[in-house]
Ligand binder design. Sequence first.
Ligand code: IPD
Ligand code: CA
Ligand code: CA
Length: 291
Amino acid sequence: MRITGSTGFVLKPSAWLNTSVVMDAVNKPRNITYKGLTDLVTETDKMSEAAILEVVKKNFEDHLILGEEGGVIGEVASDYLWCIDPLDGTTNFAHGYPSFAVSVGVLYQGKPTAATVVEFVGGPMCWNTRIFTATAGGGAFCNGQRIHVSATNEVERSLLVTGFGYEHDEAWATNIELFKEFTDVSRGVRRLGAAAVDMCHVALGIVEAYWEYRLKPWDMAAGVLMVEEAGGTVSLMDGGKFSVFDRSVLVSNGVLHAKLLERIGPATEELKSKGIDFSLWYKPEDYRTDL
Ligand code: IPD
Ligand code: CA
Ligand code: CA
């Protein structure tokens, strides 16, 4: 699917993101402020979002935008919603610890339809990037090459990934338990700290699955499309139908999905039975979806 701007400009994936802001910053001292005790934001997060907004606003003036740093901007009547994470894995970025990413996913009536994630890899003395792109029905690619999820069909032979948000609530505590249980029965559970990258790694077939509670639309919009287009499966952590405005996500290579849900599903149902909030969040008011 091609997304054409109001000016007639067709936005190519490489043109979506101005990642030079982040690359220019990787070897420089960070200017950090705090959203919470451990929830950081750097000047680079804000500059990266500003650079992306400049391109999107100019070429898609009739679209709606949801940026992590700037919130909702644009035309509420639009079917398109741009979900922008200008720097996913800010803590890693602040420490110079690979990897982190710039992630942009575009929804059409609530469904991911086009995505780009630029992953910053390597670390000090060898920073580099790789670019993941996907369009609905058009496949997923890394640096221009088609990518596929792995074919591993046993949990015991799997490398899994999860994440833990900044809010240490009951869902967080449940996931600490899941981390422990899956560490016991798989080849390992990694915790990288950049949700968009984690999902791209499932799409790339280097890990089998990833799950996390409490992610936001800008964390997930691009990554979930990458996994689907690479042949994987995306659901909520109770097994339900996914939307980027939900508060849990499980992505996998597909063949392992049901096996993972045997444990992740009941743990999530238990949270729901305690009245823990799993309602939609961060959905711009009046944005039309078929949810
Ligand atoms: C965070 C990362 C992290 C995840 C958090 C996210 P940020 O995004 O994706 O891996 O565990 O839930 O908020 O704050 O670095 O953009
Ligand atoms: Ca993020
Ligand atoms: Ca971010």
